[in-house]
Design a protein around this ligand. Structure first.
Ligand code: DX5
Ligand code: ZN
Length: 214
Protein backbone atom coordinates (compact mmCIF):
# COMPACT_ATOMS: atom_id res chain seq x y z
CA UNK A 1 0.00 0.00 0.00
CA UNK A 2 1.36 3.39 -1.01
CA UNK A 3 0.78 6.91 0.32
CA UNK A 4 0.89 9.90 -2.03
CA UNK A 5 0.55 13.22 -0.17
CA UNK A 6 -0.75 16.02 -2.40
CA UNK A 7 1.39 19.15 -2.33
CA UNK A 8 -1.73 21.16 -3.26
CA UNK A 9 -2.31 21.48 0.50
CA UNK A 10 1.33 22.25 1.33
CA UNK A 11 2.70 25.67 2.22
CA UNK A 12 3.89 26.85 -1.22
CA UNK A 13 6.17 29.46 0.33
CA UNK A 14 8.35 26.67 1.71
CA UNK A 15 7.73 23.73 -0.57
CA UNK A 16 11.17 22.15 -0.05
CA UNK A 17 10.69 22.07 3.76
CA UNK A 18 7.23 20.64 3.29
CA UNK A 19 8.39 17.75 1.11
CA UNK A 20 11.18 17.03 3.59
CA UNK A 21 8.45 16.23 6.11
CA UNK A 22 6.87 13.52 3.94
CA UNK A 23 10.08 11.55 3.37
CA UNK A 24 8.42 8.35 4.60
CA UNK A 25 5.61 8.54 2.06
CA UNK A 26 5.88 6.75 -1.30
CA UNK A 27 5.01 9.31 -3.98
CA UNK A 28 4.43 13.06 -4.29
CA UNK A 29 1.01 13.75 -5.76
CA UNK A 30 1.17 16.78 -8.07
CA UNK A 31 -2.25 18.37 -8.72
CA UNK A 32 -2.23 20.47 -11.88
CA UNK A 33 -5.39 22.55 -12.47
CA UNK A 34 -6.16 24.81 -15.39
CA UNK A 35 -9.24 26.79 -14.37
CA UNK A 36 -11.14 25.27 -17.33
CA UNK A 37 -11.63 21.57 -16.70
CA UNK A 38 -11.81 22.35 -12.98
CA UNK A 39 -12.84 25.66 -11.40
CA UNK A 40 -9.43 26.42 -9.91
CA UNK A 41 -5.85 27.11 -11.02
CA UNK A 42 -3.02 25.50 -9.06
CA UNK A 43 0.48 25.42 -10.56
CA UNK A 44 2.31 24.09 -13.58
CA UNK A 45 5.39 22.09 -14.55
CA UNK A 46 7.89 24.74 -13.42
CA UNK A 47 6.80 24.40 -9.80
CA UNK A 48 6.97 20.62 -9.97
CA UNK A 49 10.40 20.75 -11.61
CA UNK A 50 11.69 22.99 -8.81
CA UNK A 51 11.44 19.88 -6.60
CA UNK A 52 13.57 17.69 -8.88
CA UNK A 53 16.54 16.41 -6.93
CA UNK A 54 15.20 18.03 -3.74
CA UNK A 55 13.36 14.87 -2.74
CA UNK A 56 13.80 11.17 -3.46
CA UNK A 57 10.09 10.57 -3.91
CA UNK A 58 8.77 9.98 -7.43
CA UNK A 59 6.16 12.33 -8.89
CA UNK A 60 2.59 11.18 -9.37
CA UNK A 61 1.25 13.83 -11.77
CA UNK A 62 -2.53 14.39 -11.83
CA UNK A 63 -3.47 16.55 -14.80
CA UNK A 64 -6.83 18.23 -14.28
CA UNK A 65 -6.47 20.15 -17.51
CA UNK A 66 -8.14 20.29 -20.90
CA UNK A 67 -6.11 19.08 -23.87
CA UNK A 68 -3.50 17.25 -21.74
CA UNK A 69 -1.67 15.95 -24.85
CA UNK A 70 -0.45 19.45 -25.50
CA UNK A 71 1.29 19.72 -22.12
CA UNK A 72 2.17 16.28 -20.87
CA UNK A 73 5.76 16.30 -22.15
CA UNK A 74 6.42 19.30 -19.86
CA UNK A 75 5.83 17.02 -16.90
CA UNK A 76 8.29 14.31 -17.93
CA UNK A 77 11.37 14.33 -15.67
CA UNK A 78 13.69 11.67 -14.26
CA UNK A 79 11.46 11.69 -11.20
CA UNK A 80 8.11 11.39 -12.96
CA UNK A 81 6.61 7.97 -12.33
CA UNK A 82 2.95 8.42 -13.33
CA UNK A 83 1.12 10.86 -15.55
CA UNK A 84 -2.61 10.70 -15.05
CA UNK A 85 -5.17 12.23 -17.42
CA UNK A 86 -8.93 12.51 -16.93
CA UNK A 87 -11.13 10.37 -19.15
CA UNK A 88 -13.46 13.39 -19.36
CA UNK A 89 -10.76 15.47 -21.10
CA UNK A 90 -9.60 12.85 -23.63
CA UNK A 91 -11.75 12.10 -26.70
CA UNK A 92 -8.87 9.93 -27.97
CA UNK A 93 -7.91 8.33 -24.69
CA UNK A 94 -6.20 5.34 -26.28
CA UNK A 95 -3.89 7.67 -28.20
CA UNK A 96 -3.20 9.84 -25.14
CA UNK A 97 -2.25 6.83 -23.01
CA UNK A 98 0.14 5.68 -25.73
CA UNK A 99 1.58 9.19 -25.88
CA UNK A 100 2.32 9.05 -22.12
CA UNK A 101 3.99 5.66 -22.42
CA UNK A 102 6.14 6.86 -25.30
CA UNK A 103 7.68 9.29 -22.82
CA UNK A 104 8.88 6.36 -20.70
CA UNK A 105 6.39 7.19 -17.96
CA UNK A 106 3.59 5.07 -16.47
CA UNK A 107 0.14 5.92 -17.84
CA UNK A 108 -2.87 6.50 -15.61
CA UNK A 109 -6.47 7.54 -16.13
CA UNK A 110 -8.75 9.35 -13.67
CA UNK A 111 -12.53 9.29 -13.36
CA UNK A 112 -14.72 11.99 -11.83
CA UNK A 113 -17.24 10.76 -9.23
CA UNK A 114 -20.06 10.91 -11.81
CA UNK A 115 -18.21 9.01 -14.54
CA UNK A 116 -18.93 5.27 -14.61
CA UNK A 117 -16.21 2.64 -14.82
CA UNK A 118 -17.58 1.50 -18.20
CA UNK A 119 -16.06 4.62 -19.78
CA UNK A 120 -12.57 3.14 -19.42
CA UNK A 121 -13.40 -0.53 -19.97
CA UNK A 122 -11.63 -0.64 -23.34
CA UNK A 123 -8.34 0.78 -22.05
CA UNK A 124 -8.01 -1.11 -18.77
CA UNK A 125 -5.57 -3.58 -20.29
CA UNK A 126 -3.09 -0.80 -21.10
CA UNK A 127 -3.14 1.44 -18.01
CA UNK A 128 -0.69 1.24 -15.13
CA UNK A 129 -3.04 2.93 -12.71
CA UNK A 130 -6.68 4.05 -12.39
CA UNK A 131 -7.44 7.06 -10.21
CA UNK A 132 -10.90 7.09 -8.65
CA UNK A 133 -11.85 10.63 -7.65
CA UNK A 134 -13.67 10.63 -4.32
CA UNK A 135 -14.47 14.36 -4.52
CA UNK A 136 -15.30 16.57 -7.50
CA UNK A 137 -11.84 17.69 -8.59
CA UNK A 138 -10.78 21.30 -8.12
CA UNK A 139 -10.04 21.85 -4.47
CA UNK A 140 -8.34 20.27 -1.50
CA UNK A 141 -10.16 19.79 1.79
CA UNK A 142 -13.52 18.59 0.42
CA UNK A 143 -15.77 15.95 1.94
CA UNK A 144 -15.24 12.34 0.89
CA UNK A 145 -18.00 10.92 -1.36
CA UNK A 146 -18.91 7.60 0.26
CA UNK A 147 -20.07 5.85 -2.92
CA UNK A 148 -16.43 5.87 -4.08
CA UNK A 149 -15.74 2.86 -1.85
CA UNK A 150 -18.18 0.73 -3.87
CA UNK A 151 -16.67 2.00 -7.11
CA UNK A 152 -13.23 0.87 -5.96
CA UNK A 153 -14.61 -2.52 -4.98
CA UNK A 154 -16.20 -2.93 -8.43
CA UNK A 155 -12.97 -1.97 -10.17
CA UNK A 156 -11.01 -4.38 -7.98
CA UNK A 157 -13.45 -7.16 -8.97
CA UNK A 158 -12.97 -6.38 -12.67
CA UNK A 159 -9.20 -6.36 -12.18
CA UNK A 160 -9.28 -9.78 -10.56
CA UNK A 161 -11.72 -11.30 -13.08
CA UNK A 162 -9.69 -10.14 -16.08
CA UNK A 163 -6.26 -10.58 -14.54
CA UNK A 164 -5.22 -6.93 -15.05
CA UNK A 165 -2.31 -5.53 -13.08
CA UNK A 166 -3.03 -1.78 -12.84
CA UNK A 167 -2.97 -0.11 -9.43
CA UNK A 168 -6.03 1.61 -7.96
CA UNK A 169 -5.56 5.09 -6.52
CA UNK A 170 -8.16 7.07 -4.57
CA UNK A 171 -8.02 10.86 -4.37
CA UNK A 172 -10.12 13.34 -2.40
CA UNK A 173 -11.19 13.57 1.21
CA UNK A 174 -9.00 10.64 2.22
CA UNK A 175 -8.14 10.60 5.92
CA UNK A 176 -7.02 8.23 8.66
CA UNK A 177 -10.64 7.23 9.34
CA UNK A 178 -11.65 6.17 5.83
CA UNK A 179 -8.24 4.74 4.85
CA UNK A 180 -8.96 1.23 6.21
CA UNK A 181 -12.27 1.05 4.30
CA UNK A 182 -10.56 2.08 1.07
CA UNK A 183 -7.73 -0.38 1.53
CA UNK A 184 -10.21 -3.15 2.24
CA UNK A 185 -12.07 -2.29 -0.99
CA UNK A 186 -8.89 -2.72 -3.06
CA UNK A 187 -7.11 0.64 -3.04
CA UNK A 188 -3.34 0.46 -3.62
CA UNK A 189 -2.46 4.17 -3.47
CA UNK A 190 -4.04 6.70 -1.12
CA UNK A 191 -3.73 10.38 -2.03
CA UNK A 192 -4.05 12.67 0.97
CA UNK A 193 -3.73 16.45 0.80
CA UNK A 194 -5.17 18.26 3.79
CA UNK A 195 -5.11 15.16 6.02
CA UNK A 196 -1.29 15.24 5.73
CA UNK A 197 -0.26 18.85 5.17
CA UNK A 198 -2.82 20.50 7.45
CA UNK A 199 -2.06 18.07 10.28
CA UNK A 200 -0.39 19.38 13.44
CA UNK A 201 2.46 16.95 12.95
CA UNK A 202 3.02 16.04 9.30
CA UNK A 203 5.74 13.42 9.94
CA UNK A 204 3.64 11.56 12.52
CA UNK A 205 0.58 11.65 10.26
CA UNK A 206 2.54 10.06 7.42
CA UNK A 207 3.64 7.33 9.83
CA UNK A 208 0.07 6.80 11.01
CA UNK A 209 -1.11 6.40 7.40
CA UNK A 210 1.67 3.94 6.68
CA UNK A 211 0.68 1.88 9.71
CA UNK A 212 -2.87 1.65 8.37
CA UNK A 213 -1.56 0.61 5.05
CA UNK A 214 0.37 -2.38 6.31
C1 DX5 B 1 -8.62 17.47 -5.86
C2 DX5 B 1 -7.19 16.97 -6.00
C3 DX5 B 1 -6.77 16.23 -4.81
C4 DX5 B 1 -6.70 17.05 -3.56
C5 DX5 B 1 -6.81 16.16 -2.39
O1 DX5 B 1 -9.02 18.05 -7.04
O2 DX5 B 1 -7.06 16.14 -7.11
O3 DX5 B 1 -5.53 15.56 -5.03
O4 DX5 B 1 -5.51 17.78 -3.45
O5 DX5 B 1 -6.91 16.95 -1.26
P1 DX5 B 1 -7.69 16.41 0.01
O6 DX5 B 1 -6.98 15.17 0.46
O7 DX5 B 1 -7.56 17.53 0.98
O8 DX5 B 1 -9.10 16.14 -0.41
ZN1 ZN C 1 -5.20 14.81 -7.25
Amino acid sequence: MLLAPSILSADFSQLKNEVDKIREADLIHVDVMDGHFVPNISFGAAVMKSLCGKTNLPFDVHLMIENPDKYLEDFVTDQTQYICVHQETCPHLDRTLKHIKEQGVKAAVALNPSTPLTMIEEVLSQVDMVLIMSVNPGFGGQKFIESSVEKVRKLDDIRREKGYDFLIEVDGGVNLDNAPLLIDAGTDILVAGSAVFKANNIEETVKAFKKHTR
